[in-house]
Design a protein around this ligand. Structure first.
Ligand SMILES: CC(=O)SCCNC(=O)CCNC(=O)[C@H](O)C(C)(C)COP(=O)(O)OP(=O)(O)OC[C@H]1O[C@@H](n2cnc3c(N)ncnc32)[C@H](O)[C@@H]1OP(=O)(O)O
Length: 207
């Protein structure tokens, strides 16, 4: 990889992303946050707040990786980086199965033991969390988060900014809209419209 790496967001989810990036051999050296953090397990150097006007590291050729769990905030930060011509590589754990026949955008995080099977397409700035299974021909739109252990059967579509909770199961061919939240352990057997929160088995509308 050309250039040093800085992580944006260095707590909770960011620590997992940093750990994965280092494990994958990325030269991670810096972090960006509003303030200096108290918990710094990887001894990273503070680079500043990327949203601050005084931030002066855009022209240093760094790669920026996204360590923010919230879908909307992560996507907004990604736009800030792209606007400043920063690079947004994917962070991919060493132990994943990615079919050679998938399409993958930029700024994604793919955690340990995730599987993405043939002909699936993943947009930009997504989180495919630990142990999730994305079966054949799925479509994951920008900014979505597929939670730990979630299973998307074949040809499932997940809209932008949507979150699929831990261990949820989505039946084949289902279309999940944009800005949807699917609760942990939910079993989805019907399409879910935009801006909906569902949970349970079978999934029921919470709001
Ligand atoms: C690495 C990581 O940590 S990634 C993050 C992984 N985290 C997850 O997957 C958690 C996903 N979030 C959830 O499951 C949440 O419970 C949500 C978003 C579905 C709902 O949260 P809230 O809106 O706060 O709902 P609240 O807790 O008030 O519950 C409302 C009702 O839904 C039920 N409910 C909430 N979550 C679930 C669920 N996952 N499955 C079944 N029922 C549920 C509650 O029992 C309650 O039922 P009632 O009205 O009959 O009493």
């Amino acid at each position: 990889m050309q250039g040093k790496v800085a992580i944006i967001g260095y707590s909770g989810h960011g620590i997992v992303v940093a750990d994965t990036a280092i494990g994958a051999g990325m030269p991670l050296q810096y972090y960006c946050e509003k303030n200096v953090v108290n918990i710094n397990p990887f001894g990273l150097e503070y680079l500043g707040d990327e949203t601050d006007k005084s931030f002066d590291s855009w022209d240093k050729g760094y790669n920026f990786i996204l360590g923010v769990g919230d879908n909307n905030i992560r996507s907004r930060i990604a736009q800030v980086v792209l606007h400043a011509n920063g690079k947004l590589p994917n962070v991919i754990h060493r132990n994943v199965y990615l079919s050679k026949h998938i399409e993958l955008g930029i700024g994604n995080f793919i955690s340990a033991n995730a599987t993405i099977n043939a002909l699936s397409r993943v947009g930009d700035f997504c989180i495919l969390n630990t142990g999730c299974i994305i079966e054949h021909e799925c479509l994951i739109a920008n900014g979505a988060h597929i939670g730990p252990g979630a299973v998307l059967a074949g040809s499932v579509q997940v809209g932008s900014m949507s979150f699929v909770g831990a261990n949820a199961s989505i039946k084949q061919g289902i279309k999940i809209g944009a800005n949807v939240i699917i609760g942990a352990g939910t079993v989805v057997i019907t399409d879910i419209p935009d801006n909906t929160i569902v949970a349970g088995n079978p999934a029921r509308n919470l709001r």
